[in-house]
Design a protein around this ligand. Structure first.
Ligand SMILES: CCCCCCCC/C=C\CCCCCC(=O)SCCNC(=O)CCNC(=O)[C@H](O)C(C)(C)COP(=O)(O)OP(=O)(O)OC[C@H]1O[C@@H](n2cnc3c(N)ncnc32)[C@H](O)[C@@H]1OP(=O)(O)O
Ligand code: FAD
Length: 647
């Protein structure tokens, strides 16, 4: 029934103030009001409709994306959403988020602009940023090649300095050096920040960034020497196919010398290479920025899936009917709770860890401006590790939510297949998750090895300073409620991470060649890195379900014994019972519109069955009663069977 709240009985059970929780989730009252206003604005605009997306072919889908991006930009300007003429303002960023369709603009604003801001000199910023802010040029981030993505130092594209003309010659010497993957490159970008090996007088100075114009600003055709196109359909139907991930090769393309991004190092008119007194890793700065953004976005994607699965689990009933009464809501099954509630808790935990990481990133940015590079390794390890941890958990969590919705979760109208397909590449882009965990492991092993030299660990590794105590630690939990004390949980996680790191460091020391040892022990190192990253995010329910999931680690490192493991599980069951009456209210606190959720199963009013039924009839296959192809392919079969039957 329209207008009836089928979930009202669930909402009435809530034991907390949902409106207050909406503000906690949003970050502040101001943020809440902004999100609320912009999400409604997007939901009520027919151009931003997305319920028809799954049935569109690639070309229509792409054109639809261009239309939405252009309309979003128009809205930003018309409504003066941002004080400045830029889509980097929070209002414009939210508008893009609620439009919910990946587009070239993500890479323009999310990587091209930040690359110039972070690696361009003041002069370069003054020249390029106003053009980019007004979208008079559209840029992408062209780093990955057909042959190399993770190994940035292995890139093959060359930028050779020509002192005669004061230019760089950008060239793709091999097939594997073709740029491959950059979003926005395939069909839209006029410019790119291209990462290439700098060659001066035959000497290779490693990978640097260059601003290169790709297409004419008049007719959009590729400039001479440039071959460019889309790399083809990707996983899922609509999903990430709204994006024109591209291929690009250069045949001796010339650009002026001043288009090398020169904040970190410079090439003079005479062809002299000058490296500023800053770490070369600043060339990787854009990746650090985007990894932090990806962590902040993980809670959004996971919370959408959890919202759908929670509401639907309260609507869906199976078994348990007595005397013709109602069947049991599937959310009341303990197995459903043990799969769903840790994800609900994770979404909240990731929301808060995202805020913390933004603080850390802002802090390191301020320090870098003051030429203090001391916290850069910590910022790199935290952004890399948390990007890996949160995207893996979110991708797995979305898929779990699909299963939690049974068969109907497999329908596109549940919103879950597309959410999964659009999200899962986050485990790969901006750094493959395993490759990033190995970076964290390097940081941890280094921290452990420096303890003997008296180096005091700081930031998220500060717990290592208490190594002796953590190596002696054994949990003193005696009853289930003891696991409710935050300190008890935290210490167990600290001891587990510390012991796993120390074990890795000890095993590494047995190798005469440390690099060989690192390769050999990589799987253990990744597990130690995960333990460290989980320590960063632990909080009550979330922590206990993790402890239960990784019980083997906690017992084998001697932090807790099997009895204490069972007590944690007992406490977890108690906590699930406490979450149960609040579950629907906890997902209401995300304040998502039905437009944004894009899911019949997750509708706010819980009116699932009539709407599912209605939606099925909208499928293009139901446009005709007898399908196209009947006469050619089905009828002859049927007739033949009839003939055979007569024989
Ligand atoms: C409206 C706005 C919308 C905004 C939306 C934004 C969100 C957009 C979302 C989605 C769009 C999709 C975007 C996808 C884009 C991409 O994928 S771009 C390509 C990304 N590529 C990668 O991430 C490549 C991964 N590989 C690497 O990062 C590196 O190659 C490596 C770190 C794995 C190894 O680098 P290498 O130079 O070989 O380093 P090592 O020898 O291992 O280490 C040397 C030292 O450098 C330190 N280090 C490494 N990286 C960094 C860093 N980023 N920052 C600081 N320091 C770093 C490392 O720890 C070593 O230190 P020590 O010598 O002290 O041990
Ligand atoms: C949707 C999408 C959008 C993208 N957008 C952009 C973009 O805008 N710009 C851009 O430049 N790039 C972009 N990329 C490329 C992306 O950054 C790379 O794909 C990513 O960094 C992974 O690199 P790779 O593909 O080389 O993976 P590989 O490194 O080839 O990974 C293959 C396997 O090898 C393993 N592996 C690799 N190295 C190691 C190691 N040292 N130790 C152990 N295992 C290892 C990995 O774990 C993985 O299992 C995008 C990719 C995708 C999927």
């Amino acid at each position: 029934m329209e207008g009836v709240d089928h979930l009202a009985f669930e909402r009435n059970k809530a034991q907390f103030d949902v409106d207050e929780m909406k503000i906690v989730w949003a970050g502040s009252r101001e943020d809440f009001e902004l999100s609320d206003r912009i999400s409604r604005l997007v939901a009520s605009d027919p151009v931003f409709r997305k319920d028809d997306r799954a049935a569109l072919g690639r070309k229509e889908l792409f054109k639809n994306t261009l239309r939405k991006a252009a309309h979003a930009w128009k809205r930003v300007i018309e409504l003066r959403l941002s004080g400045e003429f830029s889509a980097l303002e929070p209002e414009a960023y939210k508008l893009r988020a609620f439009v919910d369709q990946p587009a070239f603009t993500d890479l323009h604003w999310g990587m091209f602009v930040p690359a110039i801001q972070g690696q361009g000199t003041d002069e370069q910023q003054q020249k390029w940023l106003p053009l980019a802010y007004r979208m008079q040029i559209i840029g992408c981030y062209a780093q990955t090649e057909l042959g190399h993505g993770s190994n940035v130092q292995g890139l093959e594209t060359t930028a050779t300095f020509d002192p005669k003309t004061d230019e760089f010659v950008i060239h793709s010497p091999t097939l594997t050096s073709s740029k491959w993957w950059p979003g926005g490159l395939g069909k839209v970008s006029t410019h790119a920040v291209v990462y290439a090996r700098l060659i001066i007088d035959g000497q290779d100075y490693g990978v640097h960034g260059f601003i290169v114009q790709l297409r004419s600003l008049d007719d959009h055709l590729p400039l001479p020497g440039i071959t460019i196109g889309d790399i083809g359909m990707k996983f899922g139907n609509a999903a990430y196919n709204t994006m024109d991930n591209g291929v690009l090769t250069f045949d001796h393309v010339r650009i002026p010398r001043n288009q090398m991004l020169m904040r970190v190092s410079q090439v003079t008119r005479e062809g002299k290479y000058v490296h500023s007194n800053v770490p070369r890793q600043l060339v990787y700065g854009t990746m650090v920025y985007v990894r932090q953004k990806i962590v902040a976005d993980a809670s959004v994607a996971l919370s959408r899936a959890v919202c759908i699965a929670t509401r639907y689990s309260a609507v869906r009933r199976q078994f348990g009917s007595h005397n013709g009464g109602l069947e049991t809501q599937v959310i009341d099954y303990k197995t459903q709770q043990s799969r769903l509630f840790p994800l609900l808790a994770s979404a909240y935990a990731f929301r808060f860890v995202g805020e913390w990481l933004l603080w850390l990133y802002t802090d390191v940015t301020e320090r870098l401006k003051a030429k203090d590079f001391s916290t850069l390794p910590e910022a790199h390890a935290c952004t890399a590790g948390l990007k890996s941890l949160t995207t893996t958990a979110t991708a797995d969590g979305i898929e779990e939510c699909r299963k939690l919705c049974g068969g109907h979760g497999y329908l596109c109208s549940s919103g879950l297949p597309e959410l999964f397909a659009v999200y899962v590449p986050a485990c790969t882009y901006e750094g493959d998750n395993i490759v990033l965990l190995l970076q964290v492991a390097r940081h941890l092993v280094k921290t452990v090895s420096q303890l003997s030299t008296g180096n005091k660990p700081v930031g998220t590794t500060a717990y290592m300073a208490r190594l002796e105590q953590l190596l002696q630690y054994h949990s003193d939990v005696k009853k289930a409620e003891d696991w409710l004390k935050p300190n008890v949980v935290l210490e167990a996680f600290e001891a587990r991470a510390a012991r796993m790191c120390v074990a890795c460091a000890q095993n590494l020391s047995k190798f005469s060649n440390p690099e060989e040892g690192f390769q050999e022990l990589a799987a253990d190192l990744v597990e130690a890195a995960v333990a460290h990253c989980q320590l960063i995010v632990v909080s009550n329910v979330y922590a206990l379900s993790l402890l239960h999931k990784h019980l083997g680690d906690f017992i084998s490192t001697g932090c807790i014994d099997p009895k204490q493991g069972s007590l944690a599980n007992e406490q977890l069951r108690n906590l699930y019972s406490q979450v149960r009456p609040n579950a629907v209210a906890l997902v209401d606190a995300y304040n998502y519109t039905d437009h944004y959720l894009g899911s019949i199963l997750g509708r706010y009013d819980g009116n699932v069955y009539p709407k599912l039924y209605e939606e099925a009839w909208k499928d293009p296959l139901n446009d005709s009663i007898v399908p196209d192809g009947f006469k050619e392919y089905i009828q002859p079969l049927l007739k033949q069977q009839l003939r055979n039957a007569r024989l």
